[in-house]
Design a binder for this molecule. Structure first.
Ligand code: FPP
Length: 244
């Protein structure tokens, strides 16, 4: 990709969701242990996050670890947590660079069950972000869409119980405002590589009107060109369906 001549788009999604799938198969194909696929996947994640910022995308959410992923072998879970920890430390050591690049990192998902040292790093990383940043890079960790909706409803029920609101006041906006993504636009485009065509509990509520783009490329092999292809597909779809 020629970084001096970045592609431009007539319509750019405000918020892109990415399901980073296919790491395990990538490793298997090469006779490597699964965690090696995650190591490569984490590199792709860095590359695509920075590229999205360069293109002018305002929000991008990467699905890194779902609430169901705890069921994986212990070694694999801890390899993913190690990669995450490494990335967080790297982000803390790179505050100035991220500020210059305008990348603000935040997280969605439940913190429960995440190792305490990682939770602390997450807090520190979130604290260094600034409002005027170019892109909000969200990482979904220990995230589940249904769990998120259930939690939102639980919080609202508490407000009803305490007499702060009436049941008749509960509407879609109220539910949205209790989700992890409160204040962010809904995703316009969801990208899923590796040949699977399902949402897997990712941004369930928020994806109600999202466009979907699938590809057979395994996540570690996913390139900037693949990302551009997804954005081109979105550009055409949204033009056809009532864009300007
Ligand atoms: C899905 O591929 C991928 C995951 C469950 C983990 C994704 C995690 C990373 C890319 C690293 C996280 C690190 C950071 C820095 C956020 P899969 O294992 O389900 O692939 P398969 O379907 O081929 O088995």
């Amino acid at each position: 990709m020629d970084y001096d001549n970045l592609p431009t788009f007539e319509v750019l999604p405000k918020h892109v969701g990415v399901i980073m799938d296919g790491n395990g198969r990538w490793a298997k194909k090469r006779g490597l242990p699964r965690y090696k696929g995650h190591v490569e996947g984490a590199k792709t994640f860095r590359k695509i996050g920075e590229f999205a910022a360069d293109l002018g995308i305002k929000y991008i959410t990467f699905y890194a670890f779902s609430t169901e992923n705890w069921k994986r072998p212990k070694e694999e879970v801890s390899a993913i947590m190690d990669l995450f920890r490494e990335y967080l430390k790297e982000a803390l050591g790179r505050v100035e660079e991220d500020r210059k690049n305008g990348i603000r990192i935040s997280f969605i998902g439940s913190r429960e069950g995440i190792p305490a040292d990682i939770r602390l790093l997450m807090k520190q990383v979130e604290r260094i972000g600034r409002k005027e940043d170019r892109i909000m890079l969200n990482i979904a960790v220990n995230y589940g869409g249904r769990q998120e909706i259930a939690e939102s409803v639980r919080e609202i029920a508490e407000d009803v119980k305490k007499g702060r609101i009436k049941p008749s006041e509960i509407d879609m906006d109220m539910i949205s405002s209790h989700l992890y993504t409160a204040g962010m636009p809904d995703p316009d485009l969801i990208i899923r590589p590796s040949g699977e065509q399902r949402l897997s509990n990712f941004l369930l509520w928020q994806s109600a009107y999202a466009e979907f783009w699938y590809s057979d490329v395994l996540w570690p092999d996913f390139t900037e060109e693949d990302f551009v292809e997804a954005l081109r597909a979105y550009e055409h779809r949204s033009r056809r369906f009532g864009g300007v």
